[in-house]
Write a protein that binds this ligand. Structure first.
Ligand SMILES: [Zn+2]
Length: 64
């Protein structure tokens, strides 16, 4: 099961979107929102509360 390249959410098969860059790098997106943020706005997932990546980081920092 692929996960969203931006928010790290799991993407159910049949949903989401696969984006392939010219360089051959592939990205999965769960929604247009994630696609726009990463590709057009070039935002880092870490800055956004709604992404899984940030939650994971906070958890790690809090426990250590
Ligand atoms: Zn997403």
């Amino acid at each position: 099961m692929p996960t969203c390249s931006f928010c790290s959410k799991k993407i159910k098969s049949g949903t989401g979107k696969l984006f392939v860059q010219n360089s051959g790098r592939t990205f999965w997106f769960c929604s247009n929102k994630c696609e726009k943020n990463l590709l057009k706005l070039k935002r880092k997932p870490i800055k956004f509360k709604w992404t899984q990546e940030k939650k994971t980081k906070e958890k790690k920092e809090g426990s250590s």
